[in-house]
Design a binder for this molecule. Structure first.
Ligand SMILES: [Cu+2]
Length: 380
């Protein structure tokens, strides 16, 4: 079985987590200061408003406590008899008004700055899918999918026997991190292909919804090199907690090197689609692709989850309908959770995963699908 720890485990799980040693070690109560100018402004404002609230609390509850003790009935206190004090009314209008303006002024300033995506150096398009992120660097053309790291995925599987506490950055690690240069204004364009997701990195103080059919914008300018982690922040279905975000912030020089390497790799992949592939090669690659992109729904044993995700074992399509098989993987099935993979996977990956499905779990059709076949199917 390849299902995940979920609701039934939440209560004891939460209790364990609260008291486990590792969670106490990095127990942090406050908002992070982050690594951008905006995140520091957000943090400062948060502290400023927090202290205003603390002082209001001290004053109000202090006055209340003193009044209750000093003017208690047993001491013979007699209530004042006045009615309608203009002075008091002006006071309790003017003071809160002044406090609100003091808070609203810097808040509005920061909000306006956060919305200003003009003059960006780099534009990164982010597309949320159930349950992974697709990144496209609009300036250089680099494009890839970022999924939960296989180690986390394995440990999350029910009955895996792997203790999640032994996995580094459990559920906060991905296979392909986003790479960004430091000291540059980066604009994000956010959208989604299926349901609403949200892209959130606390250290940058940016979080916005990724909505199908809409494009949202936000920006950041990272000051320090490092690895920054975040998560999807909008409930997006079963594996909402399994689509983390990881950003590697590098110097401009190292970033440029990374871009060149990515472009070269993409070229190699495109070239590999033009040759004939052996069955073994396709099966090996297909198993990997399946394990990353399909396993969450169709499960490792290909049997799916009854009532939600169909089995791929011995179905008429698997055994006899290659054309239909290629079509549903390329184009998905609108209105269902079966998404279109034509833009997410390249020809070789698609040929491999389809070959794998047609020969795994006893399907044994012997069909070998070449990348060239996928390429041709795309054009139709
Ligand atoms: Cu999501």
């Amino acid at each position: 079985m390849h299902t995940f720890h979920r609701i039934p485990g939440i209560l004891p799980g939460a209790a364990l987590w609260l008291f486990s040693h590792s969670s106490l070690a990095d127990w942090e109560l406050n908002l992070t200061e982050g690594v951008t100018e905006i995140s520091r402004e957000v943090y400062d404002m948060h502290m400023f408003v927090l202290w205003i609230c603390v002082w209001i609390g001290v004053l109000v509850f202090g006055a209340m406590a003193i009044s209750i003790v000093r003017h208690r009935k047993s001491r013979g206190a007699v209530p004042a008899g006045f009615h309608e004090s203009t002075f008091a009314e002006v006071l309790w209008t003017v003071i809160p008004f002044a406090i609100l303006i003091t808070m609203a002024w810097p808040a509005a300033k920061t909000l306006i700055a956060m919305e200003d995506t003009s003059d960006a150096d780099i534009t990164l398009k982010v597309t949320g899918h159930q349950w992974k992120w697709e990144y496209e660097y609009l300036d250089s053309g680099v494009k890839f999918i970022s999924s939960l790291h296989p180690e986390s995925r394995e440990a999350a599987a029910l009955g895996s026997g792997i203790d999640p506490a032994t996995v580094d950055n459990y559920l906060l690690e991905v296979d392909n991190p986003v790479v960004l240069p430091v000291g540059k204004k980066i604009r994000f364009l956010l959208t989604a292909s299926d349901v609403i997701h949200a892209w959130w990195i606390p250290d940058f103080a940016i979080k916005k919804d990724a909505i199908p059919g809409f494009i949202n914008e936000m920006w950041t300018n990272i000051e320090e090199e490092g690895i920054y982690r975040g998560q999807c922040a909008e409930l997006c279905g079963r594996d909402h907690g399994f689509m983390p975000i990881v950003v590697h912030a590098l110097s401009q020089e190292k970033y440029d090197e990374w871009v060149s390497a990515q472009l070269a790799a993409a070229e190699a992949v495109a070239a590999s689609a033009d040759r004939e592939w052996a069955m073994d090669e396709l099966m090996q690659r297909g198993e990997k692709v399946y394990g990353t992109y399909c396993v969450a729904c169709h499960q490792a044993n290909g049997e799916g989850i009854a009532g939600a995700f169909p089995s791929l074992k011995g179905t008429p399509m698997m055994l006899n309908d290659l054309e239909g098989h290629i079509d549903i993987v390329l184009n998905g099935k609108p209105g269902t959770a079966m998404q279109a993979f034509s833009t997410q996977l390249n020809d070789a990956d698609l040929a491999a995963v389809i070959t794998y499905e047609r020969n795994a779990w006893g399907n044994d059709t012997g069909d070998v699908i070449q990348p060239a076949t996928i390429k041709a199917a795309r054009i139709q």
